[in-house]
Ligand binder design. Structure first.
Ligand SMILES: [Zn+2]
Length: 311
């Protein structure tokens, strides 16, 4: 599987100036959910996004007051962090909704599960201030009315997102815990979270450059006992999953290449997740009509329109 085939999704904000901000998911795969499957988060369903990678990069990195927002197809976008600083919950919803939809299309799919995620990894960019600390923050005095309005609006949105990081973390942990699945989150060191968005200082006398400072703080953070221990547990969980899949080659193929198998001997289309299921079906239903079962399985091998992922 090519890296380009791995389904990817990036979160940005779609907005109108001083108007409502909505989450927008840029996807490399189709998400053509019918009405019955939609929930409030999925307002932009449909075909995979057709814009350039640099446009998506601009959209998701455009931080108000630092980097300009971008217009793609007549819509404005900026950083998803401003509203969705911990998009783990969106990823969770996205995978579950897609799986539910695929299951409804192919009810016999033995590889589909009610809750397809096994491990969810979320990486932050440094712990932010607590609510009490934020309350003491003084905002600069400004005179130009438009500027004030603009900044207040961003502050309002910013406040919402900072508290959301903590809440989202708790909700995602609970959701995965209930299904006995694992959630790993590293907030990152507070020292890095305190850096200003545009801070980029060169090294001077005893002071490290910002880049080296970040590296040093992150190394220190990862060496802390609980963070290191969580890294070990996470690596172990991933290796176990990988081994479990590799033990069953047919299933591994199904997950990496998304193949499924249609019965070419049936008058109506019948498809199966694994070659062994089609083999059993042919043996049971068409024993007389089929001379070479393996050839029939090869003929029935089908690839999805959009490659990659368990969908
Ligand atoms: Zn058949």
């Amino acid at each position: 599987m090519d890296v380009a085939d791995i389904p990817s999704m990036l979160v940005a904000n779609e907005f109108e100036y001083y108007g409502e901000r909505r989450v927008h998911l840029f996807r490399t795969y189709d998400m053509d959910l019918p009405n019955g499957f939609l929930n409030f988060r999925f307002h932009n369903c449909g075909r995979a996004d057709n814009c350039f990678i640099w446009e998506v990069a601009r959209a998701t990195s455009a931080a108000p007051q630092y980097f300009k927002s971008i217009k793609i197809d007549e819509k404005n976008y900026d950083d998803g962090g401003f509203g969705w600083n911990n998009p783990a919950e969106i990823a969770l919803d996205e995978v579950n909704m897609k799986e539910k939809y695929e299951r409804s299309k192919r009810p016999g799919d033995s590889c589909a599960s009610e809750f397809p995620l096994e491990v969810l990894i979320s990486i932050g960019t440094g712990k932010t201030k607590t609510r009490a600390q934020r309350a003491q923050t003084r905002w600069p005095r400004l005179t130009a009315p438009n500027m004030v309005r603009k900044i207040l609006w961003h502050v309002d949105n910013g406040m919402k997102f900072i508290t959301d990081v903590e809440r989202v973390d708790g909700r995602v942990e609970k959701a995965l815990d209930e299904k006995s699945k694992q959630y790993f989150r590293w907030d990152g060191p507070e020292e890095v979270g305190r850096l200003k968005l545009d801070e980029w200082k060169p090294a001077r006398r005893s002071r490290l450059s910002t880049k080296n400072f970040i590296e040093e703080e992150i190394n220190r953070y990862l060496k802390q006992k609980d963070n290191e221990e969580r890294l070990r547990r996470c690596a172990k969980a991933l290796v176990e999953l990988r081994r479990g899949r590799a033990e069953d080659e047919e299933r591994w193929r199904r997950f990496t290449e998304c193949t499924y198998y249609a019965c070419t001997a049936c008058s109506s289309v019948q498809s199966f997740s694994l070659p062994r299921e089609l083999r059993a079906h042919i043996c049971g239903q068409h024993q007389q009509g089929v001379s070479n079962i393996e050839e029939e399985i090869q003929k029935g091998e089908t690839y999805p329109k959009v490659a990659g992922g368990p969908w």
